[in-house]
Structure formats: C-alpha cells, structure tokens
Design a protein around this ligand. Structure first.
Ligand code: HEC
Length: 304
C-alpha cells in the first residue's frame, strides 16, 4: 500500500493538517499565562509568545483552508444536522485562526509597552488565548462528530462489508447505515431527481447468461477504457482487465462487489450517485447497457 496516496483525498489532507493547530493552540495557553505573570523572570517571553501565536494562526488557517477544500467535495447532506455541524465547524475553525492573530498582536503590544508594564495587553492576550483553547476544543469535537458520527470523508463498508468507498456525500449515523445503497438512495434523491435505484429487476437466469468477454469487455472498451486503461488509469482504476476491475481504484476500492450490483462503485458512478458521473463528460450508458453490467455483477462478476 502506498501511504502517500492518502494525500489524494482532500478529506485526508484536512484530517492530517488539523492536529498541528490543535496541539500548538493548547500549548499556547500556559505560554500566555506565563507572559502575564512572569514577564521579568523570562524577559523574552512576550515576544516569544507572540511568534508562537503567529505560528498557531498560520497552522489554524492552513487547517481551515484544507477544510474548505474538503467541504467543497461534499455533494449533499443526508440530514439537516450534518449541514449545521459542518457550518459550525467551519466558523469555529476560522475563529481559531482569528483569535491566534489577536493574541499575537496583543502579546507584541505588551512586549513593546514593557516600560509601562504592558500588563493590560498581556491580560487581554491571556483571555484571548483562553478563548482560543475553548473554541479549539469545540472545533475538534464538532470535527470528530462529523467523522466518527456520520462518516463524512471516510471510507464506508459496502453491502457485504468487503468494499470501501469514499463517502463524499453526507452519511447517516452508522447504526442506521448497514448497507450502502439505501443510505445513498435517500441522499441522492434530492440532488438527482432522475436517480431511481434498481430500475430493472434482475432475473437470475438472464444474469447467468451474461459473460465477461462477450458482453462486458466490449461495453467497457467502448465507454471507459479510454480513461481507465492499463496505460492511463484515471484514479488508478484499470478497467481493461478483470483483475484491474476487482482491484479497483484509489478512492472507491474494488469497482464491483460480486453479487451486489447496486452497491458496486462502478454502477454507483455510472448512475451518478458517486460523483463524478461516469463515463466522465461523455454520453452516458443506456439503461439496458447498465442492466447488462448489473446482471453480470449479480451473477458474481466472473472473469469469463
Ligand atoms: C473521460 C475520461 C473518463 C471516462 C470515459 C470514464 N472515466 Fe471513470 N474516472 C475518470 C476520472 C478522471 C476519475 C477520477 C474522478 C475523481 O475522483 O475526481 C474516474 C473515476 C472512476 C471511478 C472511481 C475510481 C476510484 O476508486 O476512485 C470509477 C468506479 C469509474 N471512474 C468508473 C468508470 C466507468 C465504469 C466508466 C465507463 C462507463 C468510466 N469510469 C469512464 C475519468 C473517466
């Protein structure tokens, strides 16, 4: 597994970038208290503190910026609560950066006003560092709620627990989401009114008659291999071989879940439940072509 691949996802980048402001921000509070109470024992403490809070500000702004990018990948929210918490989390994140900047300015002021004591500025700096720490804890807990409570930006298990898919839409509480397709169906309905899951019922006898080489390969060659071939595998997904399909891509995991067509990323991408809709930017598959793919997957997605 290539660990640097993790940074292909805006959500992973955001998750990685928020720990720095979190730890620095909490360390800043004792430093601000020290700057208030013991400026003479350590003459440089206020100036050092102001540089430290500038660092917190930069780290927090980076965290907030990566958060904006991750948020821009969310296409729809399963319920209103998630949307509210995302908005709240975003506001809190930027507030941390703002409070760090304020603390930095106040500490600088208290350093240069040392002759007249500079205690008032140092006192306000300590208050603002305290507010920063509190806002930081709320930012962290709201972010945690989005990730652990609703699975925002995380891989969720497929119907049979084997496949993983990046959930870029607002999820549902894990206990109400044992299977991927019903949750996504409810999510996708408002965003794409034409989305109707399980349009055509699958007849097992018909499904058994579909073969990979005769029915599926030509379809993929016509619609997908231009972008998902061995040479130029977009998102790391090579649809030109059976092994490549089972291996899957970087984000959605195995492109098919044998036996579960409507939980398979290939079908979800073709339907536009997972974005971008496939085949990207070109004419979509007909319902009967999609039905052929679904039947093949339903009959275990065999390689011959
Ligand atoms: C014009 C180029 C193009 C065509 C044609 C195309 N795709 Fe894609 N596909 C992409 C790109 C680009 C991505 C990565 C999208 C992203 O994550 O932003 C992608 C991603 C995917 C993924 C997710 C892979 C992963 O794990 O991240 C699947 C599944 C997929 N495509 C299936 C298909 C299927 C099936 C077809 C044919 C019906 C198809 N694509 C045709 C460009 C294309």
């Amino acid at each position: 597994m290539d660990l640097t691949r993790v940074f292909d996802s805006a959500h992973a980048v955001h998750a990685a970038s928020v720990h720095m402001p979190l730890s620095l921000g909490l360390l800043g509070l004792p430093l601000a208290i020290l700057a208030l109470l013991a400026p003479n024992r350590w003459p440089g403490v206020r100036l050092f503190g102001s540089a430290f809070f500038l660092l917190i500000c930069l780290a927090a702004a980076t965290g907030a910026y990566t958060g904006e990018r991750a948020a821009s990948e969310l296409v729809a929210f399963a319920d209103k609560d998630i949307e509210t918490v995302v908005a709240y989390h975003r506001l809190l994140g930027w507030s941390v950066a703002a409070l760090a900047l304020v603390t930095c300015v106040l500490l600088t002021a208290s350093h240069f006003r040392a002759r007249s004591g500079g205690r008032a500025s140092a006192g306000f700096a300590t208050l603002s560092a305290l507010a920063l720490a509190v806002v930081l804890l709320y930012t962290g807990s709201s972010g945690g709620r989005l990730v652990y409570g609703w699975g925002i930006g995380t891989p969720v298990a497929g119907a049979d627990g084997t496949s993983g898919a990046t959930l870029v839409v607002g999820g549902k509480a894990p206990d109400s989401m044992p299977v991927i397709s019903p949750a996504l169906a409810s999510v996708a309905a408002p965003a794409d009114a034409t989305y109707t899951p399980n349009v055509l019922p699958i007849d097992p006898a018909d499904a058994a008659s579909i073969t990979f080489t005769k029915d599926i390969v030509p379809l993929l060659e016509q619609h997908c291999v231009k972008c998902h071939g061995a040479q130029n595998a977009e998102a790391g997904l090579d649809l030109s071989t059976h092994a490549g399909i089972l291996k899957g891509g970087d984000y959605a995991g195995p492109a098919v879940v044998p036996g579960a067509p409507d939980s398979s990323p290939m079908v979800l991408h073709i339907r536009g439940v997972y974005l971008p809709k496939m085949p990207k930017d070109v004419a979509e598959l007909t319902e009967s072509e999609l039905h052929t793919i679904r039947m093949w997957i339903a009959a275990a997605a065999k390689g011959e």
